[in-house]
Design a protein around this ligand. Sequence first.
Ligand code: ATP
Ligand code: MG
Length: 254
Amino acid sequence: METSSMQKQEQFNKLKANLDRIKYKVAVLSGKGGVGKTTIAVNIAALLAKKGYKVGLMDADIDCPNVGKMLGIKENFRIEDGRLVPVDKYGMKILSMAFFQSDDAPTIWRGPLIHSAIMQLVEKSDMGDLDYLIIDMAPGTHDSTLTVFQFLDVSAAIVVTTPQPLAIMDAKKSSLAARHFGKPVGIVENMAGDMFGAGKGLELANELKAPFLGSVPMSKEMTSENPIPAVLRSEEIKAMFEEIAENMKEKLLE
Ligand SMILES: Nc1ncnc2c1ncn2[C@@H]1O[C@H](COP(=O)(O)OP(=O)(O)OP(=O)(O)O)[C@@H](O)[C@H]1O
Ligand SMILES: [Mg+2]
């Protein structure tokens, strides 16, 4: 074999070995931006970690990685024996491209670089054995979404939508994109309440014959000002995410 194809094979083997140590990989996506993917991903992951599961949280939003910021992470990756050691926060192992980037400089990368950044993050990191890897995606179905679905052996997708008609329309597209890759889809409605209404997430789930995992209201407790995930601060919100996590386990992953 030529050196470059040998290297590629070796990289692929490492990626596969890392992925094989993760029981469930769940991608959190949406058509529209700003509907609360990162918020939902962080809270699901924090709840599962609190319950004693081994949990990784990967930020696959390369342009605007927000997971680290939302959790108030200041530290950076450590490299040990040539491998990236994920940052530990609230019992979760956090992987993010943000740990390589400065805070303000924009990341202006074409598709192939985004693809290779995501692949390397998984291949070179040392996450160990995990029950769940929650993957926070960039909005839409662009390069990073394709990479995650095609190469990271995703078990299922959680599509987040607000009850607004435009968000629902775009969430439907994202759901169909996930199914195109053969991935089962579950729906979470976020920001339900007086402002945007409620119930449209369930309607979408029924239309798609997809499991509805739960609804989270628009609430001050859920805003990102506090770096401690809401599930670790509020019993009420914890109960909502327990239902979402249970539905995810029973209706989406089994
Ligand atoms: N249920 C909620 N109640 C109140 N605020 C919320 C709620 N969910 C999310 N937010 C806030 O809305 C903003 C957008 O949320 P978030 O960053 O999670 O969305 P996103 O879908 O990940 O965005 P992007 O598409 O940019 O990645 C954040 O400031 C967050 O704190
Ligand atoms: Mg986000």
